[in-house]
Write a protein that binds this ligand. Structure first.
Ligand code: HEM
Length: 362
């Protein structure tokens, strides 16, 4: 078996003009967030603005993990309270009729270890995932290019909604090859509205996994959500996904498997470019924990306003043992704090980290 690559701080490399690119990207994103807030008279997240469900959950770390998997918050078999927010990727509230990348943000409550950013407060570990294994624009420089494309096509929510999918790479290639506008090409691309509960979600970027380096994912585990994999949602209404998930969790629960894909080859599985797929035949996604979600009211008014306006998820809200790695992860350190600060200020709402599931309203 290939030995796992050990984490060392020098495996990250600053890219040319990183500080300038970071500032330019943050300024562009801030402008679009302010514009959306002015329109709604309410500030939303700068990405993944539209939530579909906010769920209480339990994360159960598996017993008997191999030593290379029993790392960081997964070091001991134990269970943690957790909160999950399901979302769509755009930074504004669009109709569910248009397909979009979906988000699965997990907050694991009450973890132990040195904090990455102690000023954020709390004792929680956030993992943010999207239903595609790679980020098409996987470095800061490529991300800047993407924002340029989006600005030129700002009338097209379809393009925006492809932001984090591999389809975006196809879009860019097609634009370059044919000179047609991305929106025209995207219409023909048609990635289906797969049922969000049947999808597998990925961190896309790498993170430190204790002594090692990994990408994480969550995949359907219980039979009811496995049966939804590949099925298409009926999205004939503006907020059809919220209604679909409300109906589902109103009567049944679900289980997901959290998995770690360890880096076994620093060249073929780089941390600096999140567009490079780490191949499963080189290193499989190995189960480390079960995320259990009981039946509940997934979107009561109190739950929605808490999940959307009080809570914040940030890949840097966590422990040093799970430090995000690579240029796209470094820019997220400032992007999430800025977006969160702006919306909490604008909405005059205090941000709060939950200490237990009792803090999550029903
Ligand atoms: C590496 C791949 C990425 C993944 C998997 C990812 C995933 C997510 C998810 C799931 C959310 C919603 C969190 C929630 O429910 O509160 C989110 C929010 C957000 N993302 Fe990302 N994202 C990625 C890259 C980026 C990049 C490169 C940027 C900016 C440069 C960015 C900026 C943001 C911002 C500003 C928010 C909203 C923060 C807030 O106001 O709370 N993301 N992301």
């Amino acid at each position: 078996m290939t030995p796992e690559v050990k984490f060392t701080p020098d495996m990250e490399q600053t890219v040319d003009h990183e500080e300038d690119l970071t500032r330019e990207i943050l300024a562009t994103m801030a402008a679009s967030q302010q514009e959306a807030a002015g329109k709604h008279r309410h500030a939303h997240r700068d990405a993944h603005a539209k939530s579909h469900a906010i769920l209480k959950a339990t994360l159960i770390v598996h017993d008997g993990l191999a030593p290379e998997l029993a790392q960081g918050i997964f070091a001991e078999p134990r269970s943690y309270d957790a909160v999950v927010r399901l979302s769509s990727a755009p930074g504004d509230i669009h109709t569910d009729r248009t397909p979009a990348p979906r988000g699965y943000a997990i907050k694991v409550i009450g973890v132990e270890g040195e904090r990455l950013l102690p000023h954020l407060g709390g004792h929680n570990q956030d993992f943010l995932m999207v239903n595609f294994p790679t980020l098409a624009f996987g470095t800061i420089a490529k991300y800047k290019e993407l924002l340029g494309l989006l600005e030129k096509n700002s009338h097209s929510p379809e393009v925006l909604q492809r932001l984090t999918t591999g389809a975006m790479r196809v879009v860019r290639g097609a634009v370059e090859a044919t000179g047609r506008t991305p929106s025209a090409i995207v219409e023909g691309l048609g990635r289906d509205s797969n049922h969000v509960l049947g999808e597998t979600y990925f961190t896309q970027g790498a993170l430190r996994y204790g002594e090692y380096v990994a990408k994480l994912s969550v995949a359907p585990k219980s039979a009811n959500v496995r049966a939804l994999t590949g099925s298409t949602m009926k999205v004939d209404d503006f907020s059809a996904i919220r209604d679909l998930l409300g109906g589902f969790f109103g009567t049944e629960g679900a289980e997901y498997e959290m998995r770690a894909q360890l880096c076994t080859d620093a060249e073929a599985m780089p941390v600096e470019d999140a567009a490079v797929l780490w191949k499963e035949d080189a290193s499989p996604h190995r189960p480390v924990a079960t995320l259990r979600i009981e039946a509940q009211d997934a979107y009561s008014p109190a739950r929605r306003t808490y999940g959307d306006d009080v809570l914040t998820f940030n890949p840097w809200n966590g422990v040093e043992a799970h430090q995000p790695l690579g240029s796209i992860m470094r820019i997220r350190k400032r992007a999430y704090e800025r977006s969160t600060a702006y919306r909490h200020d604008y909405n005059a709402r205090e941000q709060a980290e939950p200490d237990s599931l009792d803090d999550i309203p029903n």
